[in-house]
Design a protein around this ligand. Structure first.
Ligand SMILES: Cc1cc2nc3c(=O)[nH]c(=O)nc-3n(C[C@H](O)[C@H](O)[C@H](O)COP(=O)(O)OP(=O)(O)OC[C@H]3O[C@@H](n4cnc5c(N)ncnc54)[C@H](O)[C@@H]3O)c2cc1C
Length: 431
């Protein structure tokens, strides 16, 4: 590797916030809303041109673990009010365009200061290592955002890694990660006719996925994800998850590019294949692919507590619990030579377990919290708590803690649980 030496330069400090949230996926949006509602001047920085992360830019259109109290309930109710939710159970489908608008409205109403199209590229720290600034690149050039407390909700844990936090990636020992997946919207299929192939809310999906795989094979297509899932979104619109990209890193732009190009080509091939069968598929068309390929796994940042497989097996309870997770282990195959569907670990019997606030507090860098899939946990625990309903709930807790710490002019790690709990309760009750 040869290097280009970049000279040091002064960059503008745009503002001083109480709480700076980096990344606006389910975790970041909930963190920002919770912090702002708790009275903190809150800045939300997001790379994409919409809020919601995998909910919107990633098009997943399917919330898992929606029953958590608080902001998640508010989102559920608002989607209902707008006629944009299908299903009322733990997991449901929603209209991703309505979700984009809803999240913007909730953030604006809460008083969150939003900047999209902006990537966090560096962390400013004081002499003691405390994080003081998020440095960004955008159409406005390089900028600095000062804050009292920072929340890394980038999914991959970008801010924490830039600040020097320790982290783990993938399986212990090998570093193998779950595959990425590009999601797409498809249309032009009659819902009644397609019923046997559909993953419907409140129903088992195994048989529908099996039939869909057989249908693809009948069309001469062998999908990289052997549990293809077609979820109805209302009318003749569907979300289709049928792609896996194995052995690629979400922290490597060349890998991301290769995976995206491969995935998009596969999705077109699959839809063209189904259409060529005629019958119920004859008018099927691919409406849109996600703005960003879905990354199941990035960095798991070291926190004051690490959520572990043993926690799931024992159904662990914590005094400082911020979320009780009911979903079991969901590992998409890390080895396509063995299976292109799910790993055998998914058969592990688990119990509902708590995630403590300590798993959201960075161990190595003062002033930094994590929310969403980059919190502190091991490979198998992450495969359970990575779902969007849980991510949003973790975000809410991080937002409340950040606001309390900022108000008390102390570090998040120094705020007693007894002072976070009532503040968290107030947010939940106001939702
Ligand atoms: C293919 C796939 C399918 C899935 N299916 C489901 C499902 O059906 N239901 C479900 O509940 N969960 C599903 N999941 C899991 C779920 O989507 C994620 O684990 C969840 O979205 C994590 O939320 P998050 O807020 O931590 O991260 P993300 O949703 O990944 O959001 C992170 C946000 O940070 C932004 N960001 C990243 N880096 C930077 C940076 N440096 N600067 C600024 N912004 C940045 C991103 O643009 C994004 O908006 C799926 C995941 C994948 C990959």
């Amino acid at each position: 590797m040869i290097y280009y030496h970049e000279s040091a330069r002064d960059i503008p400090i745009v503002e001083e916030a109480d709480v700076v949230v980096c990344g606006a996926g389910p975790a970041g949006v909930a963190a920002a809303i919770a912090a702002a509602r708790s009275g903190a001047k809150t800045r939300l920085l997001e790379l994409q041109g919409c809020l919601g992360g995998m909910w919107t830019a990633g098009l997943i259109s399917w919330v898992i673990e929606s029953k958590h109290p608080g902001i998640m309930q508010e989102i559920n109710a608002e989607l209902d009010r707008r006629g944009a939710r299908l299903g009322r159970g733990r997991d449901y489908a929603y209209d991703p365009e309505v979700m984009k608008l809803l999240l913007e409205e909730l953030c604006v109403k809460a008083g969150v200061h939003i900047q999209m199209h902006t990537r966090v590229v560096a962390a400013g720290q004081d002499g003691a290592g405390r994080i003081t600034h998020a440095i960004t690149e955008s159409a406005s050039g390089r900028q600095a955002w000062a804050g009292r407390v920072f929340i890394d909700a980038t999914g991959n844990g970008d801010l924490a890694a830039l600040a020097g936090c320790g982290f783990d990636v993938g399986r212990e020992g090998t570093g193998e990660t779950q595959p990425m997946g590009l999601i797409c919207l498809v249309a032009g299929v009659d819902m009644e006719a397609a019923r046997p192939f559909l993953c419907l809310p409140d129903e088992g999906h195994q048989e529908a996925k099996r039939l869909m795989l057989a249908e693809l094979q009948r069309a001469g297509v062998s999908p990289s994800y052997a549990a293809p899932s077609l979820f109805p979104l209302g009318g003749d619109l569907y979300v289709f998850s049928t792609n896996h990209e194995y052995g690629v890193s979400g922290m490597d732009a060349a890998d991301l590019t290769r995976a995206t190009i491969h995935a998009r080509a596969e999705l077109h091939q699959i839809v063209n294949g189904l259409r060529s069968l005629g019958g119920i598929w004859r008018h099927m068309r691919l409406v849109a692919t996600g703005a960003h390929i879905g990354i199941r796994e990035g960095r798991r940042i070291h926190g004051l507590y690490q959520v572990s497989r043993e926690d799931l097996l024992r159904g662990v309870r914590h005094e400082d619990a911020v979320c009780r997770v009911t979903v079991g282990i969901d590992v998409h195959s890390t080895d396509p030579k063995t299976t292109k569907a799910y790993s055998a670990e998914n058969r592990t019997r688990t119990l509902p377990y708590d995630i403590p606030l300590r798993a959201l507090i960075a161990r190595d860098v003062p002033g930094l919290l994590m929310a969403g899939r980059c919190i502190s946990g091991d490979f198998l625990a992450h495969a359970s708590y990575r779902m969007t309903g849980t991510s949003a709930t973790l975000g809410q807790a991080a937002g409340v803690l950040a606001a309390v710490a900022a108000r008390q002019e102390t570090l998040p790690a120094n705020v007693p649980w007894s002072e976070v709990r009532p503040a968290l309760q107030a947010i939940i009750e106001s939702a």
